[in-house]
Design a protein around this ligand. Structure first.
Ligand SMILES: C[S@@+](CC[C@H](N)C(=O)[O-])C[C@H]1O[C@@H](n2cnc3c(N)ncnc32)[C@H](O)[C@@H]1O
Length: 136
């Protein structure tokens, strides 16, 4: 049975998440200026840079909270796996290398690719046939 506090929490939580993501806009702009990426600026590239900046901090926290639900699901994966939107690879290490032959990770946001490649390497997923592809 839900209480009024549960209802309020579920209404306010998404708003808080939006406010937290908005707080990453100044940092994103600063990064773009420092990396002189304004020459290739577009609304779409800004959105990608903003989300990658936000997810670099938020992704590990989301992973910590969601692990009890996600871990049993990911451990069921076997054979050839399609991971749509792996982001910066928060979950790569959970795949069971004995059961998974190959993973195709389809991540359109290039700003995630560096982190994704790092996590693939850390998880030892480049060896054998366990391969992650990050492409647009
Ligand atoms: C909320 S993030 C989750 C990232 C990761 N799965 C995790 O849990 O840490 C959603 C991801 O989906 C990607 N995405 C958005 N649209 C997509 C599409 N059409 N095809 C594949 N990935 C997409 C985004 O770039 C982003 O990295």
């Amino acid at each position: 049975m839900w209480t009024i506090f549960d209802v309020l929490y579920h209404l306010i939580e998404p708003l808080c998440f939006l406010l937290i993501s908005a707080s990453f806009i100044p940092r994103t702009i600063l990064n773009l200026i420092l990396n002189t990426q304004f020459s290739t600026f577009s609304p779409s590239s800004f959105k990608d840079a903003w989300f990658a900046t936000f997810w670099k901090t938020t992704g590990p926290q989301v992973r910590e909270n969601a692990t009890p639900n996600v871990k049993p699901l990911v451990s069921l994966a076997h054979g050839v796996v399609l991971d749509i939107g792996p982001g910066s690879g928060e979950w790569v290490s959970l795949f069971d290398k004995k059961k998974v032959d190959k993973i195709y990770g389809v991540e359109p946001n290039r700003d995630h690719h560096e982190g994704l490649r790092r996590r693939i390497k850390e998880a030892g997923c480049e060896q054998n046939r366990f391969l992650y592809r990050a492409f647009r």
